[in-house]
Design a protein around this ligand. Structure first.
Ligand SMILES: Cc1ncc(COP(=O)(O)O)c(C=O)c1O
Length: 488
């Protein structure tokens, strides 16, 4: 049976009940305890400055920002209805940028997908604060794990090789006959071992065992969060510890020191780079500190979203972070969020965070369902074509598993923005190489795109970019109109 995908614009944004959003700090909370909040804000800024005074993997936190403008096409079917996208690669930002009033809907895209050709944007951010700790602690080997097409494992493999470290990646399941995408990169850069699902289910045990094996009799093993905690008690400035780095250079003649990174770097230490990104984006010449923003990001473990939320919280920004849930239930994400915040507080001893969280009942991320929920990793009909449309119209590649979900939500929210809502910013987390693994796994969906954009063949010279006065609408509405039916 052929199923018609429910179009984006007919989709309801299923907001899950949540606690007051971060932006409400600027209203109720601030009005009742304004002195307390400004104190906390100062405290937070001071804390962030101190927290970020460290060595980083990325030379600077800079990223590229594009603006995506939405308009309507005469025709259009498929997942994105009759919406056409175009990209402004030099949008005006900073002071004096008027928020959208009576203009075509648009949203910003933070192009973290451009940070590295092989390392996903959000992985580069997670490893940003983490890898210098590896060097400071004379680590020789890194052990981590992930799914068969794990972007995290590939990021660890590439980043370690770039620093002369050995990486050991445990990937779930059987080795594919032909390697491609992330598992190909992991294999080229690191030492990969495929682990049966039953063993992989006990991740902690599996990682510890493998790390012990790598360390051998004379080596030692450490978990990354422990390194983070130590860094707060021993690190005094952003300067490298040269003595320890020298020791690391001669690692072959020394016992091995093995560090374990959790699956997806879903640890408090992975949050640092995200906080650095928020501080960068909140500079006056970019988004500034005063604007109300809606930040949209796709969530696997949810660590990226929580990092953004924490950054905004500590800097006192009115940024509401929305995480599109892809791999778990809302309860799962809330639990993960609480856990990360608690670990973060424990590692950094930032207890003021409790005061701020009190007004928000503990929630800093607005978790929402994807428009078409599915078992994690599945692709639905029409999604590859939607990615193709976006790529052809904007030069930006999104993938059906992760970033398409954020793109869809940003598209939807930007239409609210056009009616006076907050400006929408999507963090593009990368994921380009994921397309190769998907093409291997979902052959039939990729057959459909090989001859080009089938959806637009019937335009018959109307012109793909031709704009109309039609409101933005989705395929169901379009079909109903053409059939003369009333929308239900
Ligand atoms: C492209 C992309 N976006 C988002 C995520 C999920 O990030 P997080 O686990 O921090 O939620 C991943 C994880 O692999 C990813 O590859």
């Amino acid at each position: 049976m052929v199923s018609i995908a429910v179009p984006l614009l007919n989709m309801k944004l299923h907001r899950l009940p949540r606690h007051p959003p971060l932006s409400s700090l600027g209203n109720d909370f601030r009005s009742t305890t304004s002195q307390g909040v400004s104190e906390l804000k100062l405290c937070g800024e001071e804390f962030v400055t101190k927290l970020l005074d460290r060595r980083w993997t990325l030379l600077n936190p800079n990223t590229t920002i594009h603006q995506i403008k939405l308009s309507t096409m005469l025709h259009g079917n498929g997942l994105l209805g009759n919406i056409s996208f175009s990209s402004d690669t030099h949008p005006s930002l900073g002071h004096g940028t008027a928020d959208n009033c009576n203009q075509d809907p648009s949203f910003y895209v933070v192009r973290d997908d451009l940070l590295h050709p092989l390392v996903n944007g959000n992985k580069a951010r997670k490893l940003d604060g983490l890898l210098p700790l590896v060097e400071d602690h004379s680590v020789t080997d890194v052990v981590s794990c992930g799914g068969c097409q794990s972007a995290h494992a590939a990021a660890v493999a590439v980043s370690c090789a770039e620093r002369g470290l050995k990486s050991h990646l445990l990937l779930r399941g059987e080795r594919p006959e032909i390697l491609t995408g992330y598992n190909l990169i992991s294999t080229l850069y690191g030492n990969v071992k495929y682990v049966p699902r039953s063993l992989y289910a006990k991740r902690e045990e599996m990682l510890t065992r493998h790390a012990d094996l790598v360390a051998g009799n004379s080596g030692s093993v450490v978990w990354f969060n422990d390194l983070l905690e130590t860094s707060f008690t021993t690190q005094t400035s952003g300067k490298p510890n040269l003595v320890q780095i020298d020791a690391h250079m001669n690692a072959d003649s020394h016992p091995r020191k093995v560090a374990i990174i959790n699956e997806g770097a879903a640890d408090a230490v992975g949050l640092l780079g995200m906080i650095r990104l928020v501080q960068y984006l909140s500079q006056n010449h970019l988004f500034g500190k005063e604007r109300t923003l809606k930040i949209v990001v796709d969530a696997g473990t949810g660590t990226t979203a929580v990092g953004l939320g924490l950054g905004a919280l500590c800097l006192g920004l009115s940024w509401e972070v929305t995480g599109v849930m892809l791999a778990d239930t809302v309860d799962g994400y809330r639990k993960k969020e609480k856990c990360l915040i608690s670990d973060f507080k424990h590692c950094t001893a930032f207890h003021h965070i409790d005061h701020v969280l009190k007004g928000m009942d503990g929630g800093i991320v607005h978790w929402v369902e994807r428009d078409h929920p599915r078992k994690f990793g599945n692709v639905k009909k029409g999604e590859v074509e939607a990615c193709q449309q976006i790529a052809q119209q904007t030069g930006i590649l999104v993938d059906p598993i992760y970033t398409l979900a954020a793109w869809e939500l940003a598209t939807l929210l930007s239409q609210e923005e056009a009616k006076g809502g907050a400006k929408v910013v999507m963090l593009h987390t990368g994921g380009t190489l994921g397309m190769f693994g998907l093409a291997q796994r979902y052959k039939s969906y990729f057959h459909a795109v090989k001859d080009g954009l089938l959806n637009f063949d019937y335009l018959d010279g109307v012109g793909f970019e031709q704009k109309t006065n039609l409101p933005l609408l989705g395929i169901c509405e379009l079909i109903h109109r053409q059939l003369g039916l009333k929308m239900g």
